[in-house]
Design a protein around this ligand. Structure first.
Ligand code: CLF
Ligand code: SF4
Length: 503
């Protein structure tokens, strides 16, 4: 396990928090990559953990059909490849999708990536998918194009994908063994026939692996998503990770199964549980030995808009877009200036990090004994890599682990926002309780501000609230709090247990 090292007091945050050898995109891990790969990754919020603090993505739901059945999916809902089940998407025509993309790009200049991820499988809807990509590459050439697929139709689509200048493809690969696959996929639709069981899984696996190899041969970056299903493929995913890495996948994203009876999925109805945050983290750590891991995935809806974890789709419904007056050429100029500003900031952070790295290890080890146990901390942020959100306004907290060797990002926990003002006081208590429950296992929560009531309740729950690092870079602040914990003796007691519920 490799950790980013944050320097001595007042050392700048490196921003490359995915330091566990996790996201293949932290700055440390990017610096050895060829320049063309770094260029493909540095402003993609999914391929770069650091970029996700600054750059946004959007999905257009142009692909309604699917050619396989996953036990975690109900077609009434968004594709679980890359979405959270539970809400039906508005399916768009390619023309509507292009209109929406340009409207979002003009209004959210930080949006750098357009993905097609459902609600079915994009490559099971090739005409709609490729027509959207074709129009966008002509009309909005400053937007990166990205696609996520189950892989069944991938080998036949690789040539077309490369024509549309698509640099990023995600394949959902849950197994490399047909016996495991038969427990996840009841059937596939193949050569105009429905095929069941292990025979179906064998074809799907063969197509996924072939598609992966073909994409890598074309120089297209491949991310592999895997859904962790306890008791079904959890142990097996280490083998999946090893094989896809060997074949040239850039990043592996192990996501927790989401299965609730009300989603109407096979797994939901039969009571198949998802992994606990601890189980997920352990598996990600085990896979990290073989593979760059993504840990900041938010399992986005097929029509998500905004920074990861944020959904601004409501601002861009078709009727609202129709009322917008957009000059895309002007928007592109504005976007270019904003992107250049962010990249400059990131380059400065990187340069500072490199300068500090040379001197920081002895400084850290001198102040934090190597045997000191790690501590988990929650962070409220609204982007930019800073502690810049009020505790009560957070809908999710980023979780960092601080240890003698540095700070690493390990995931996020969703919560219900409890402080929205107005008439919600009656619900306040339970939402606040929910937030505190979600933060179980954390020993501190860093935010820009926090009210008296949550402060007291957090303290009672053993989580130290901290508003002293408002507007500071996250990793630097986390390391500063960790040092305080070392000096006041907090870390001499055993670490609290993590939450056992699903993330
Ligand atoms: Fe979309 Fe997927 Fe492209 Fe990202 S999402 S198609 S690679 S632009 Fe990202 Fe969302 Fe996770 Fe997907 S956080 S679900 S990994
Ligand atoms: Fe559902 Fe996506 Fe699986 Fe198709 S590939 S069944 S849409 S989760």
């Amino acid at each position: 396990m490799q950790l980013n090292v944050i320097g001595q007091e007042n050392a700048a945050a490196d921003g490359s928090s995915c330091a566990s050898g996790s996201c293949g995109s932290s700055n440390d891990q990017m610096s050895h990559l060829p320049q063309d790969i770094q260029d493909k990754v540095k402003n993609h919020p999914c391929y770069s953990e650091e970029a996700h603090h600054y750059f946004a993505r959007m999905h257009v739901a142009v692909a309604p059909a699917c050619n396989i059945q996953c036990h975690y999916c109900n077609r009434k809902y968004d594709c679980s490849n890359e979405s959270r089940p539970g809400v039906v998407s508005e399916v768009l025509t390619p023309e509507e999708a292009v209109m929406k993309t340009k409207a979002v790009a003009a209004n959210i200049p930080q949006m750098t990536v357009l993905g097609i991820a459902g609600p079915g499988d994009p490559l099971a809807n090739p005409q709609r998918t490729f027509e959207t990509f074709r129009m966008l590459s002509e009309q909005a050439p400053d937007i990166k194009l990205c696609v996520s697929t189950n892989g069944l139709a991938l080998p036949d689509a690789v040539e077309e994908l490369s024509k549309h200048n698509i640099d990023h493809v995600t394949i959902t690969i849950n197994c490399v063994d047909p016996a495991v696959g038969a427990k996840i996929y009841p059937w596939i639709y193949w050569n105009n026939k429905r095929i069941y069981g292990e025979k179906a899984a064998k074809i799907l696996i063969r197509q996924q692996q072939k598609g992966l190899e073909m994409l890598v041969a074309k120089g297209i970056l491949v991310k592999v998503n895997s859904v962790m299903i306890p008791g079904v493929n959890d142990d097996h995913l280490k083998e999946v990770s090893r094989i896809v890495k060997q074949k040239g996948a850039f990043l592996h994203n192990v996501m927790p199964l989401i299965a609730e009876a009300e989603h109407g999925t096979f797994y939901g109805i039969m009571g198949q549980r998802g992994p606990s945050p601890e189980e997920l983290q352990d598996l990600q750590d085990e896979c990290a030995g073989d593979m760059n891991m993504m840990r900041h995935c938010r399992q986005c809806r097929a029509d998500a808009v905004g920074l990861l974890g944020e959904d601004r789709g409501e601002e861009f419904t078709l009727d609202k877009i129709a009322a917008m007056d957009i000059d895309y050429n002007e928007a592109m100029k504005k976007r270019a200036v904003i992107h250049a500003g962010i990249m400059e900031e990131l380059d400065e952070k990187e340069a500072k990090r490199k300068r500090l790295a040379a001197v920081s290890v002895p400084a850290v080890e001198a102040t934090v004994p190597a045997a000191t146990r790690p501590a988990l901390m929650a962070v409220a942020t609204s982007g930019g890599g800073l502690i810049n959100q009020h505790f009560g306004h957070a809908t999710e907290f980023l979780i960092y682990e601080a240890a003698p060797k540095g700070v690493r990002f390990i995931g996020h926990r969703k919560v219900d926002q409890y402080c929205i003002g107005g008439d919600t006081c009656g619900e306040k208590e339970s939402a606040l309780d929910g937030s505190i429950r979600a933060l179980k296992g954390c020993e501190a929560v860093l935010c820009s501000k926090i009210g008296y009531e949550p402060w007291s309740l957090l303290e009672e729950a053993g989580i130290v609230p901290n508003g002293e690092h408002a507007m500071e870079p996250i990793e630097e602040a986390v390391m500063a709090v960790y040092r305080e914990m070392v000096s006041n003796g907090t870390l001499e007691s055993p670490a609290p247990q993590m939450e056992s519920a699903s993330a």
